[in-house]
Design a protein around this ligand. Sequence first.
Ligand code: FAD
Ligand code: NAI
Length: 481
Amino acid sequence: MAQSFDVVVIGSGPAGYIAAIRAAQLGLAAACVEDWKAPKGAGEGALRLGGTCLNVGCIPSKALLESSENYERVMGPFKEHGIIATGVKLDLATMMDRKDKIVTKMTSGIAGLFKKNKVTWLQGRGKLAGAGAEGWQVQVSGDKGSETVAAKHVIVASGSKARHLPDVPVDNVTICDNEGALAFDSIPERLGVIGAGVIGLELGSVWRRLGSKVKIVEALPAFLGAADQSVAAEAWKIFTKGQGLDIELGIKIKSVKKGRKDVTIEYEGSDGAAKKLECDRLIVSIGRVPNTDGLGAADVGLKVDARGFVEVDGHCRTNLANVWAIGDVVRGPMLAHKGEEEGVMVAELIAGQKGHVNYDTIPWVIYTAPEIAWVGKTEQQLKAEGTAYRSGRFPFAYNGRALGKGESEGFVKILADEKTDKVLGVHVLGALASEMIAEAVMAMEFSASSEDIARICHAHPSMSEVMHEAALAVDKRSLNS
Ligand code: FAD
Ligand code: NAI
């Protein structure tokens, strides 16, 4: 007899695996369909849980960011501490091996969590195969054959894949998307990057720190358009003048040609001039597209919008009864934690509980050095919508902990409603911004005012004191400036 489940999740990225575990915690019979095979590196070809995030996204990129930052520290800033390192060598193979081990540990950890929570891993590709007596039929096709299982509820969590340029084949050796860019076997002397978004900046920084001469070309005329513009302007100075990332904005790609050992990109500069970029390897990081191929969406009438996202309401319900969709495959920011929150919400709704995601308090982090993190509205958004606000800003340069760490670039900026003082947005450019933003998310989740943050005792000396001072600055009463 065919296996039957209360919930079948298609995809085991952060959205899918969290949904499956939460459903199982709530007493539902849960299964997760996944056929991801490890790309090049350790364990190549092995079936793996964890999706983009754990295999070729968040986790390996952060491992390389940390390694490359350590390398750069030894080569430069350590001297200021009186630590002189001679004969420093870079062993890229060990660095990659460390990254691969972290990925293996994390992905096999999910397999362990599935066992612990009694989530069944259906190894194969999942497809909605129509309705049956017990709800939905999901066809699972894998290396060992095909089976059809029954599901009262289906959660589509099929994620996203890198967007490629038309007619520019990605071989993940010379022309790479995120997969290849996380697995170089040597340090390219000249690295080209198309797209100055999150991946372009994070991975461009990794390879620059390890010795590549990096040139990033970006179509939009503004740098980091989604970030608060004061943060973007300061980050621009730090990344370009301070760190030597060469970023050119407002360009138009004309052609990308792969030679025997290099790549030539012909493009138009912002002034219309014809330009050429020659590099040894190229990273194409121009955004991601939702994964709906092979899901059987058209056959069962699952609505997908013009850009390929599965259409959902505020609670991730699709147009089909008992079919839900979460994570990168639906609208909203393509962030792991956003997908995880949706996974929990949907599992709880299926179990008859109340579930909710506050899309207004999802934090963004860009893991450059310094990091960029924000939650809520930017100053330009508040201006555009005509909201009256007050702003408080405080630099890390006046903070003892930041000076001690030798990481005193950047600032915290808090935007609060002019009348009610409710916090509307918090923007951090600085070391550990990814950790500091959690306080701001909590404050906004509890509808705090800037005065609430100003009245909270912050440990001394800590980077978080800058959040405190920025809150005081909203009321023009910073204590240390
Ligand atoms: P995915 O992680 O894409 O997982 C979807 C899974 O579904 C895949 O495993 C796929 O094999 C599977 N699948 C698809 N179709 C089927 C099918 N028919 N049958 C069975 N299985 C199927 N986000 C952050 O929040 N922080 C970061 O630091 C961060 N860094 C990133 C760095 C890089 C280089 C990249 C590329 C992304 C990064 N992201 C980051 C984004 C993050 O990875 C995604 O937002 C997140 O992985 C989305 O989760 P998901 O579960 O929706 O989809
Ligand atoms: P992105 O959307 O962040 O940036 C893509 C950039 O490419 C944009 O600036 C865009 O204007 C530019 N672009 C698009 N087409 C172009 C063209 N033809 N020529 C030149 N430039 C072009 O996308 P990215 O960096 O690929 O990352 C994908 C997604 O993955 C992110 O949006 C984010 O959701 C997620 N991610 C999150 C991270 C984090 O949370 N720290 C890290 C990495 C990725």
